[in-house]
Design a protein around this ligand. Structure first.
Ligand SMILES: [Zn+2]
Length: 365
């Protein structure tokens, strides 16, 4: 096998009916994984460091697949007879694009590694084994291990973007995307908020009325990872706690829960704008989103929507951002769950959406 990647052989006789399918390939590869594990070819340090890393689970699974040469590279797809022999690297047109080439040895990706200064590629560029790169990253650059993993992921995303006709990014942009995605993920996992110096009320799970003359928009989203469907909900109350309006909206596709949460905020503000509200307090239970809006630091995942939210809120006479713990957002959450399960886009005045089913929830939450 070229360049010494872990050897995974896929036999043409692996199905009784003689037809080789993707499912057959998957089963065969799973069997091969088991074989490799049993043969103790894993580097325990890489393995444990990968699963301990504070990075998104989908990135861990991607790295796992890269490590075992299971990515759908040109080489692997040709090897499995899933494409003809006319594939090539999207960057340099090399006809032999395998994991090693796609993540470490293509001239284009080496520029990214040099820009990132995450791992000294030149010291191991003669290696023909993917494992050597992971070993070098976890051993020699342990404090940069998570950045290394995220750069691998960003390189793969960039490769796929170009393959689908999207414009390419420069080396600095790819590296910075990886860094920002990592930071966003870490922010989302920080339980304490005090270290940011932000004025987050420790009693934020209780009902906090907006200032006089303001309308509070409590927003929430429910999201199904399996189908990527989302439900958006909001309830708007004045400083006396009276419901001004509320809304429920079903979204067929939302890439992530953060995008769904931002969509809920964006939609609620849009409705408030259409109803000519002038002073609003926008409340979300997504701390990452709240912090981003409060500090004016865009989130990469929602950069376009983030800009739309900022632009629209700037048209209000006055606006505040507020954060609430999830248990203080029960009504908006209930509405969003309702919208998740029903194809609906409804805004109602003067009362809470589908009020009869949530009347037992704490008033004002
Ligand atoms: Zn290349």
């Amino acid at each position: 096998m070229k360049r010494g990647l872990r050897k995974l052989t896929v036999s043409n006789q692996c199905t009784a009916h003689g037809n080789f399918t993707v499912r057959d390939a998957y089963k065969k590869e799973q069997a091969n994984i088991g074989l490799i594990i049993n043969q103790s070819h894993l580097d325990n340090k890489i393995c444990s460091s990968l699963w301990k890393a504070t990075i998104p689970m989908n990135v861990k699974l991607f790295i796992w697949r890269a490590w075992f040469n299971l990515l759908p590279t040109v080489y692997n797809l040709q090897r499995r007879h899933l494409i003809l022999n006319d594939g090539f690297c999207v960057h340099c047109s090399d006809p032999h694009e395998d994991v090693l080439h796609a993540l470490f040895q293509c001239n284009r990706v080496q520029q990214v590694w040099e820009a990132a200064n995450s791992i000294n590629i030149s010291s191991i560029q003669s290696s023909d084994n993917v494992n050597d790169y992971f070993a070098a990253a976890v051993s020699d650059h342990e404090n940069k291990w998570e950045a290394f993993l995220m750069i691998c992921w960003s390189l793969w995303l960039e490769r796929n973007r170009i393959a689908h006709g999207q414009p390419s990014q420069n080396s600095g942009q790819i590296w910075q995307s990886a860094t920002r995605l990592l930071q966003e993920f870490k922010d989302a996992h920080i339980s304490g908020n005090a270290q940011y110096g932000l004025n987050v009320n420790p009693l934020a799970s209780d009902w906090q009325p907006p200032p006089n003359g303001f309308v509070k928009l409590k927003c929430d989203a429910a999201w199904l990872p399996s189908s990527k469907q989302a439900g958006l909900g909001f309830v708007a109350r004045n400083s006396e706690g009276e419901v001004i309006l509320s809304g429920a909206k079903h979204i067929e596709y939302s890439e992530s829960v953060l995008i769904a949460e931002a969509s809920a905020v964006w939609w609620a503000i849009k409705i408030a704008h259409e109803r000519h509200l002038t002073k609003i307090e926008v409340e979300t239970d997504s701390f990452v989103l709240y912090r981003s809006l409060l500090t004016g630091r865009p989130l990469l995942q929602i950069s376009s929507m983030w800009r739309d939210i900022i632009d629209l809120t700037s048209t209000f006479e006055c606006y505040h951002w507020a954060f609430v713990k999830r248990d203080g957002n029960a009504v908006a959450h209930s509405i969003s769950r309702y919208a998740l399960g029903d194809i609906v886009t409804t805004v109602v005045d003067g009362h809470v959406h589908h009020e009869s089913s949530i009347c037992d929830l704490v008033d004002g939450s």
